[in-house]
Design a protein around this ligand. Structure first.
Ligand SMILES: [Zn+2]
Length: 92
């Protein structure tokens, strides 16, 4: 059950916002967004950990930025504290 503590971002093709390119786990290993999604498809438990709290990572159909159609994409469950939001994790 990978614990994600950092996130790597890249600029969108349109240059208007950032995308989550991938994540880094507590062990320091980098995984691409595609690798995370493949793991979720295998029913692996991917979650973030920040400030002593955890949040489950899930796949969503596409980036939530208006007008962006990048698909698929990942986010944390919306009912968890924003402390654990993938976008708010430190960079790696
Ligand atoms: Zn986007």
């Amino acid at each position: 059950m990978p614990t994600v503590t950092k996130v790597r971002k890249e600029r969108s093709a349109s240059g208007t916002h950032d995308h989550i390119e991938g994540v880094c786990t507590s062990g320091g290993t980098h995984y691409t967004r595609g690798q995370v999604i493949a793991g979720l498809a295998r029913h692996e438990d991917w979650h973030t950990e920040a400030g002593g709290r955890t949040a489950k990572i899930r796949k969503i159909d596409q980036c939530t930025h208006p007008g962006c159609s990048l698909t698929p994409y990942i986010t944390t469950a919306p009912d968890h504290t924003t402390t654990n939001n993938l976008d708010n994790l430190p960079p790696c």
